[in-house]
Design a protein around this ligand. Structure first.
Ligand code: ATP
Length: 375
Protein backbone atom coordinates (compact mmCIF):
# COMPACT_ATOMS: atom_id res chain seq x y z
CA UNK A 1 0.00 0.00 0.00
CA UNK A 2 2.83 2.44 0.86
CA UNK A 3 4.28 1.94 -2.60
CA UNK A 4 1.03 3.12 -4.23
CA UNK A 5 0.70 6.22 -2.13
CA UNK A 6 1.58 9.37 -4.15
CA UNK A 7 4.47 11.47 -2.89
CA UNK A 8 3.67 14.37 -0.56
CA UNK A 9 0.52 12.68 0.82
CA UNK A 10 -0.08 13.32 4.51
CA UNK A 11 -0.09 10.18 6.65
CA UNK A 12 -0.32 9.18 10.28
CA UNK A 13 2.08 6.41 11.17
CA UNK A 14 2.46 4.27 14.25
CA UNK A 15 5.56 2.18 14.50
CA UNK A 16 8.87 1.45 16.07
CA UNK A 17 11.70 3.95 15.91
CA UNK A 18 15.10 2.36 15.38
CA UNK A 19 18.56 3.81 15.06
CA UNK A 20 19.67 3.78 11.44
CA UNK A 21 22.89 4.59 9.62
CA UNK A 22 21.05 4.95 6.32
CA UNK A 23 18.82 7.85 7.35
CA UNK A 24 20.28 11.37 7.59
CA UNK A 25 18.27 11.94 10.76
CA UNK A 26 19.92 8.88 12.33
CA UNK A 27 16.60 7.08 12.97
CA UNK A 28 14.03 5.22 10.91
CA UNK A 29 10.39 4.41 11.67
CA UNK A 30 9.20 0.86 11.02
CA UNK A 31 5.40 1.22 10.66
CA UNK A 32 2.92 -1.11 12.30
CA UNK A 33 -0.07 0.88 11.07
CA UNK A 34 -0.63 3.70 8.62
CA UNK A 35 -3.58 6.02 8.00
CA UNK A 36 -3.83 8.35 5.01
CA UNK A 37 -4.99 11.79 6.19
CA UNK A 38 -4.72 13.52 2.82
CA UNK A 39 -3.87 11.83 -0.45
CA UNK A 40 -1.80 14.00 -2.83
CA UNK A 41 -2.77 14.17 -6.48
CA UNK A 42 -0.24 12.92 -8.99
CA UNK A 43 1.74 14.08 -10.83
CA UNK A 44 2.99 16.97 -8.68
CA UNK A 45 3.28 20.26 -10.59
CA UNK A 46 6.59 20.83 -8.84
CA UNK A 47 8.95 18.26 -7.37
CA UNK A 48 9.73 18.72 -3.70
CA UNK A 49 12.63 16.28 -3.30
CA UNK A 50 13.94 16.34 -6.89
CA UNK A 51 17.52 17.44 -7.32
CA UNK A 52 16.71 19.17 -10.63
CA UNK A 53 15.91 22.84 -10.05
CA UNK A 54 12.78 24.42 -11.55
CA UNK A 55 12.46 27.91 -13.04
CA UNK A 56 11.65 30.59 -10.44
CA UNK A 57 8.31 31.33 -12.11
CA UNK A 58 7.24 27.69 -11.90
CA UNK A 59 8.35 27.60 -8.28
CA UNK A 60 6.36 30.72 -7.45
CA UNK A 61 3.28 29.44 -9.31
CA UNK A 62 3.30 26.42 -7.00
CA UNK A 63 4.81 28.18 -4.01
CA UNK A 64 3.25 25.93 -1.35
CA UNK A 65 5.15 22.94 -2.73
CA UNK A 66 8.27 25.05 -3.19
CA UNK A 67 8.14 26.19 0.44
CA UNK A 68 8.31 22.56 1.57
CA UNK A 69 11.94 22.36 0.45
CA UNK A 70 14.25 22.71 3.46
CA UNK A 71 16.55 25.11 1.55
CA UNK A 72 13.59 27.42 0.85
CA UNK A 73 12.20 27.20 4.37
CA UNK A 74 15.67 28.10 5.67
CA UNK A 75 15.28 31.59 4.16
CA UNK A 76 12.09 32.20 6.15
CA UNK A 77 13.66 30.95 9.35
CA UNK A 78 16.44 33.47 8.73
CA UNK A 79 13.84 36.16 7.97
CA UNK A 80 11.94 35.51 11.19
CA UNK A 81 15.17 35.53 13.22
CA UNK A 82 16.33 38.81 11.65
CA UNK A 83 12.96 40.42 12.43
CA UNK A 84 13.01 39.13 15.99
CA UNK A 85 16.55 40.50 16.36
CA UNK A 86 15.45 43.90 15.09
CA UNK A 87 12.42 44.03 17.37
CA UNK A 88 14.59 43.26 20.38
CA UNK A 89 17.31 45.73 19.38
CA UNK A 90 14.90 48.61 18.77
CA UNK A 91 12.88 47.92 21.88
CA UNK A 92 16.04 47.79 24.02
CA UNK A 93 16.99 51.21 22.67
CA UNK A 94 13.70 52.76 23.76
CA UNK A 95 11.90 52.67 20.38
CA UNK A 96 8.15 52.11 20.55
CA UNK A 97 6.62 49.81 17.92
CA UNK A 98 3.84 51.60 16.03
CA UNK A 99 1.51 51.02 13.07
CA UNK A 100 0.53 53.80 10.68
CA UNK A 101 -2.20 53.80 7.99
CA UNK A 102 -1.61 52.17 4.65
CA UNK A 103 -4.63 53.76 2.96
CA UNK A 104 -3.84 57.39 2.27
CA UNK A 105 -5.28 60.44 0.65
CA UNK A 106 -1.87 61.21 -0.89
CA UNK A 107 1.58 59.56 -1.09
CA UNK A 108 4.83 60.62 0.59
CA UNK A 109 6.62 61.93 -2.47
CA UNK A 110 3.73 61.95 -4.93
CA UNK A 111 4.42 60.53 -8.31
CA UNK A 112 4.28 57.58 -10.57
CA UNK A 113 4.78 54.68 -8.19
CA UNK A 114 1.57 55.14 -6.20
CA UNK A 115 -1.16 52.49 -6.40
CA UNK A 116 -4.59 54.07 -6.66
CA UNK A 117 -7.56 52.32 -5.06
CA UNK A 118 -11.28 53.07 -5.01
CA UNK A 119 -12.14 54.35 -1.56
CA UNK A 120 -15.95 54.54 -1.52
CA UNK A 121 -16.68 57.51 -3.78
CA UNK A 122 -13.17 58.97 -3.96
CA UNK A 123 -9.65 57.92 -4.85
CA UNK A 124 -7.12 56.82 -2.24
CA UNK A 125 -3.57 55.51 -2.45
CA UNK A 126 -1.64 52.67 -0.88
CA UNK A 127 1.23 53.87 1.31
CA UNK A 128 4.67 53.81 -0.32
CA UNK A 129 6.30 54.49 3.02
CA UNK A 130 5.26 55.55 6.55
CA UNK A 131 7.52 58.61 6.19
CA UNK A 132 5.00 61.36 6.90
CA UNK A 133 3.26 59.54 9.75
CA UNK A 134 6.41 58.60 11.61
CA UNK A 135 7.45 62.26 11.43
CA UNK A 136 4.04 63.32 12.73
CA UNK A 137 4.58 60.99 15.69
CA UNK A 138 7.70 62.99 16.58
CA UNK A 139 5.42 65.99 17.03
CA UNK A 140 3.11 63.81 19.11
CA UNK A 141 5.97 63.44 21.57
CA UNK A 142 6.71 59.75 20.90
CA UNK A 143 10.44 60.55 20.42
CA UNK A 144 11.55 57.07 19.27
CA UNK A 145 9.34 54.86 17.09
CA UNK A 146 9.76 51.94 14.70
CA UNK A 147 7.36 50.17 12.39
CA UNK A 148 7.58 46.90 10.46
CA UNK A 149 4.89 47.03 7.80
CA UNK A 150 4.08 46.61 4.12
CA UNK A 151 4.89 49.36 1.64
CA UNK A 152 3.47 49.41 -1.88
CA UNK A 153 5.13 50.76 -5.00
CA UNK A 154 3.84 50.51 -8.54
CA UNK A 155 7.31 49.75 -9.87
CA UNK A 156 6.84 49.21 -13.59
CA UNK A 157 10.40 47.90 -13.99
CA UNK A 158 10.99 44.17 -13.88
CA UNK A 159 14.21 43.85 -11.85
CA UNK A 160 15.60 41.33 -9.37
CA UNK A 161 15.61 44.03 -6.63
CA UNK A 162 12.12 45.59 -6.90
CA UNK A 163 8.78 44.14 -5.88
CA UNK A 164 5.47 45.96 -5.60
CA UNK A 165 4.74 44.94 -2.01
CA UNK A 166 7.67 44.92 0.39
CA UNK A 167 8.25 45.09 4.12
CA UNK A 168 9.72 48.33 5.30
CA UNK A 169 11.35 48.63 8.70
CA UNK A 170 11.16 52.30 9.49
CA UNK A 171 12.52 54.13 12.50
CA UNK A 172 12.42 57.76 13.57
CA UNK A 173 13.96 59.49 16.56
CA UNK A 174 13.81 62.99 18.04
CA UNK A 175 16.75 65.14 19.16
CA UNK A 176 19.55 63.21 17.43
CA UNK A 177 23.02 64.51 18.23
CA UNK A 178 23.63 65.21 14.55
CA UNK A 179 23.38 62.85 11.58
CA UNK A 180 26.07 60.54 12.85
CA UNK A 181 24.02 59.55 15.87
CA UNK A 182 21.37 58.23 13.47
CA UNK A 183 23.99 56.13 11.72
CA UNK A 184 25.35 54.87 15.03
CA UNK A 185 21.93 53.68 16.15
CA UNK A 186 21.21 52.11 12.76
CA UNK A 187 24.53 50.27 12.49
CA UNK A 188 24.31 48.97 16.06
CA UNK A 189 20.79 47.69 15.46
CA UNK A 190 21.82 45.99 12.19
CA UNK A 191 24.87 44.38 13.81
CA UNK A 192 22.87 43.21 16.80
CA UNK A 193 20.06 41.76 14.75
CA UNK A 194 22.56 39.90 12.60
CA UNK A 195 24.31 38.44 15.65
CA UNK A 196 20.97 37.40 17.09
CA UNK A 197 19.91 35.79 13.79
CA UNK A 198 23.21 33.92 13.43
CA UNK A 199 22.87 32.41 16.90
CA UNK A 200 19.16 31.66 16.56
CA UNK A 201 19.34 29.84 13.21
CA UNK A 202 22.79 28.44 13.90
CA UNK A 203 21.57 26.48 16.91
CA UNK A 204 18.90 24.91 14.68
CA UNK A 205 21.44 23.81 12.06
CA UNK A 206 20.29 26.26 9.38
CA UNK A 207 23.10 26.29 6.76
CA UNK A 208 22.52 30.02 6.02
CA UNK A 209 24.07 30.88 9.41
CA UNK A 210 27.58 30.29 8.05
CA UNK A 211 27.18 32.66 5.10
CA UNK A 212 26.06 35.73 7.06
CA UNK A 213 28.38 38.74 6.61
CA UNK A 214 30.45 40.26 9.41
CA UNK A 215 28.85 43.49 10.59
CA UNK A 216 31.84 45.18 12.21
CA UNK A 217 30.92 48.63 13.48
CA UNK A 218 31.47 51.45 12.76
CA UNK A 219 30.64 50.91 9.09
CA UNK A 220 32.71 53.13 6.79
CA UNK A 221 31.19 56.54 5.88
CA UNK A 222 31.84 57.36 2.23
CA UNK A 223 31.02 60.88 1.02
CA UNK A 224 28.89 61.00 -2.13
CA UNK A 225 31.66 63.02 -3.80
CA UNK A 226 34.11 60.15 -3.26
CA UNK A 227 31.66 57.72 -4.86
CA UNK A 228 31.53 60.02 -7.88
CA UNK A 229 35.32 59.88 -8.10
CA UNK A 230 35.21 56.07 -7.94
CA UNK A 231 32.67 56.18 -10.75
CA UNK A 232 34.91 58.45 -12.83
CA UNK A 233 32.44 61.35 -12.85
CA UNK A 234 33.56 63.78 -10.12
CA UNK A 235 31.06 66.54 -9.42
CA UNK A 236 28.43 65.12 -11.78
CA UNK A 237 25.70 65.20 -9.08
CA UNK A 238 23.74 62.38 -10.70
CA UNK A 239 21.83 59.91 -8.53
CA UNK A 240 23.33 56.44 -8.25
CA UNK A 241 22.02 53.69 -10.52
CA UNK A 242 22.14 49.94 -9.95
CA UNK A 243 25.47 49.51 -11.77
CA UNK A 244 26.98 52.47 -9.88
CA UNK A 245 25.93 50.90 -6.57
CA UNK A 246 27.65 47.63 -7.51
CA UNK A 247 30.91 49.44 -8.30
CA UNK A 248 30.75 51.35 -5.00
CA UNK A 249 30.04 48.10 -3.10
CA UNK A 250 33.07 46.42 -4.69
CA UNK A 251 35.34 49.41 -3.93
CA UNK A 252 34.11 49.56 -0.32
CA UNK A 253 35.03 45.90 0.09
CA UNK A 254 38.43 46.23 -1.63
CA UNK A 255 39.55 49.50 -0.08
CA UNK A 256 37.71 49.65 3.22
CA UNK A 257 37.26 45.93 3.86
CA UNK A 258 33.58 46.17 4.75
CA UNK A 259 30.46 44.62 3.20
CA UNK A 260 28.39 47.36 4.90
CA UNK A 261 29.00 51.07 4.21
CA UNK A 262 27.20 54.39 4.44
CA UNK A 263 27.08 56.86 1.56
CA UNK A 264 26.82 60.29 3.19
CA UNK A 265 26.43 63.95 2.20
CA UNK A 266 24.08 63.56 -0.77
CA UNK A 267 23.99 66.78 -2.83
CA UNK A 268 20.82 68.83 -2.57
CA UNK A 269 20.57 68.75 -6.37
CA UNK A 270 20.31 64.91 -6.29
CA UNK A 271 17.69 64.89 -3.51
CA UNK A 272 15.57 67.85 -4.69
CA UNK A 273 12.45 65.64 -4.67
CA UNK A 274 13.08 64.48 -1.11
CA UNK A 275 11.50 67.56 0.44
CA UNK A 276 11.80 66.28 4.02
CA UNK A 277 15.63 65.93 3.79
CA UNK A 278 17.33 68.74 5.69
CA UNK A 279 20.00 70.76 3.91
CA UNK A 280 23.31 71.08 5.79
CA UNK A 281 23.65 74.36 7.72
CA UNK A 282 27.25 74.96 6.65
CA UNK A 283 26.80 73.58 3.08
CA UNK A 284 23.26 74.14 1.76
CA UNK A 285 24.27 72.40 -1.47
CA UNK A 286 24.55 69.17 0.56
CA UNK A 287 21.84 67.35 2.55
CA UNK A 288 22.04 65.18 5.66
CA UNK A 289 20.58 62.34 3.58
CA UNK A 290 22.46 59.02 3.64
CA UNK A 291 22.15 55.49 2.30
CA UNK A 292 23.29 52.22 3.82
CA UNK A 293 24.63 49.69 1.32
CA UNK A 294 25.42 46.00 1.67
CA UNK A 295 27.72 44.52 -1.00
CA UNK A 296 26.56 46.93 -3.69
CA UNK A 297 22.87 46.87 -2.80
CA UNK A 298 21.06 49.86 -1.27
CA UNK A 299 19.19 48.57 1.77
CA UNK A 300 18.39 51.78 3.68
CA UNK A 301 17.89 55.50 3.14
CA UNK A 302 17.78 57.96 5.98
CA UNK A 303 18.78 61.31 7.33
CA UNK A 304 17.99 64.35 9.42
CA UNK A 305 14.57 65.75 8.47
CA UNK A 306 13.60 69.37 7.98
CA UNK A 307 11.58 70.26 11.09
CA UNK A 308 11.19 74.01 10.41
CA UNK A 309 7.89 74.59 8.66
CA UNK A 310 8.99 77.57 6.55
CA UNK A 311 11.90 75.65 5.04
CA UNK A 312 9.84 72.51 4.68
CA UNK A 313 7.20 74.46 2.75
CA UNK A 314 9.92 75.94 0.50
CA UNK A 315 11.25 72.43 -0.16
CA UNK A 316 7.77 71.20 -1.06
CA UNK A 317 7.37 74.02 -3.56
CA UNK A 318 10.80 73.50 -5.11
CA UNK A 319 10.00 69.77 -5.41
CA UNK A 320 7.01 70.82 -7.52
CA UNK A 321 4.46 69.78 -4.88
CA UNK A 322 1.49 71.73 -3.58
CA UNK A 323 1.80 72.43 0.17
CA UNK A 324 -2.00 72.63 0.48
CA UNK A 325 -2.29 68.90 -0.23
CA UNK A 326 0.05 68.22 2.71
CA UNK A 327 -1.94 70.20 5.26
CA UNK A 328 -2.45 67.44 7.83
CA UNK A 329 1.29 66.66 7.69
CA UNK A 330 2.24 70.33 7.93
CA UNK A 331 -0.07 70.83 10.89
CA UNK A 332 2.24 68.59 12.90
CA UNK A 333 4.99 71.16 12.34
CA UNK A 334 2.93 74.16 13.46
CA UNK A 335 2.59 73.47 17.16
CA UNK A 336 6.06 72.36 18.23
CA UNK A 337 8.08 69.81 16.24
CA UNK A 338 11.34 68.56 17.74
CA UNK A 339 14.40 68.15 15.49
CA UNK A 340 14.38 64.55 14.31
CA UNK A 341 15.68 62.01 11.83
CA UNK A 342 15.30 58.39 10.85
CA UNK A 343 15.50 55.81 8.13
CA UNK A 344 13.63 53.27 6.02
CA UNK A 345 15.15 49.81 5.81
CA UNK A 346 14.15 47.24 3.18
CA UNK A 347 13.62 43.93 4.99
CA UNK A 348 13.25 41.91 1.77
CA UNK A 349 16.43 43.37 0.28
CA UNK A 350 18.33 42.57 3.46
CA UNK A 351 17.08 38.98 3.70
CA UNK A 352 17.65 38.50 -0.03
CA UNK A 353 21.28 39.67 0.32
CA UNK A 354 21.85 37.54 3.43
CA UNK A 355 20.39 34.39 1.87
CA UNK A 356 22.53 34.83 -1.25
CA UNK A 357 19.70 33.82 -3.61
CA UNK A 358 19.48 35.35 -7.11
CA UNK A 359 16.15 37.20 -6.83
CA UNK A 360 14.45 39.34 -4.13
CA UNK A 361 11.21 37.42 -4.81
CA UNK A 362 12.74 34.41 -3.05
CA UNK A 363 12.87 36.40 0.19
CA UNK A 364 9.06 36.72 0.32
CA UNK A 365 6.58 33.91 0.85
CA UNK A 366 4.14 35.06 -1.85
CA UNK A 367 5.83 37.88 -3.77
CA UNK A 368 3.96 40.52 -5.75
CA UNK A 369 5.34 42.16 -8.86
CA UNK A 370 4.06 43.81 -11.98
CA UNK A 371 2.94 40.47 -13.41
CA UNK A 372 2.18 38.42 -10.31
CA UNK A 373 -0.92 38.78 -8.13
CA UNK A 374 -1.25 35.12 -7.12
CA UNK A 375 -0.80 32.81 -5.37
P1 ATP B 1 15.66 52.24 -5.38
O1 ATP B 1 16.38 53.52 -5.79
O2 ATP B 1 16.58 51.06 -5.23
O3 ATP B 1 14.43 51.96 -6.17
P2 ATP B 1 14.47 53.91 -3.39
O4 ATP B 1 15.51 54.97 -3.33
O5 ATP B 1 13.20 54.15 -4.12
O6 ATP B 1 15.13 52.52 -3.89
P3 ATP B 1 13.65 54.36 -0.69
O7 ATP B 1 12.44 55.12 -1.08
O8 ATP B 1 14.80 55.10 -0.15
O9 ATP B 1 14.14 53.47 -1.91
O10 ATP B 1 13.17 53.18 0.28
C1 ATP B 1 13.92 52.74 1.41
C2 ATP B 1 14.30 51.27 1.29
O11 ATP B 1 13.17 50.49 0.94
C3 ATP B 1 15.31 50.99 0.16
O12 ATP B 1 16.62 51.20 0.61
C4 ATP B 1 15.04 49.54 -0.13
O13 ATP B 1 15.71 48.71 0.81
C5 ATP B 1 13.54 49.39 0.11
N1 ATP B 1 12.80 49.42 -1.16
C6 ATP B 1 12.40 50.51 -1.84
N2 ATP B 1 11.70 50.17 -2.94
C7 ATP B 1 11.65 48.81 -2.95
C8 ATP B 1 11.04 47.85 -3.83
N3 ATP B 1 10.33 48.21 -4.89
N4 ATP B 1 11.19 46.54 -3.53
C9 ATP B 1 11.88 46.17 -2.43
N5 ATP B 1 12.46 47.01 -1.56
C10 ATP B 1 12.36 48.33 -1.81
Amino acid sequence: MLGELPRESVVEVEGVVRRSEKSHRGVEVFPTSLRVLSRAEAPLPLGVVDKVGAELNTRLDHRVLDLRKPSVRAIFELRAAVLEGFRRAYTERGFLEVETPKLLRQGAEGGATLFRVDYFDRPAFLAQSPQLYKQMLMSAGFERVFEIAPAFRAEPSDTVRHITEFTSLDAEMAYPDGPDELRQVLESVVAESLRFARDRIGERGNPLADGLPEAKTPFPRIPFSRCEEWLGRPGAERDLGTEDEKIIGARAMQELGSPFYFIVDYPTAVKAQTFYAQRQDAHPDLTYYFDLGLRGLEITSGGIREHRIDRLTENLVSAGLDPSSFESYLEAFRYGMPPHGGWGFGVDRFVWALAGVPNIREARLFPRDRYRLEP
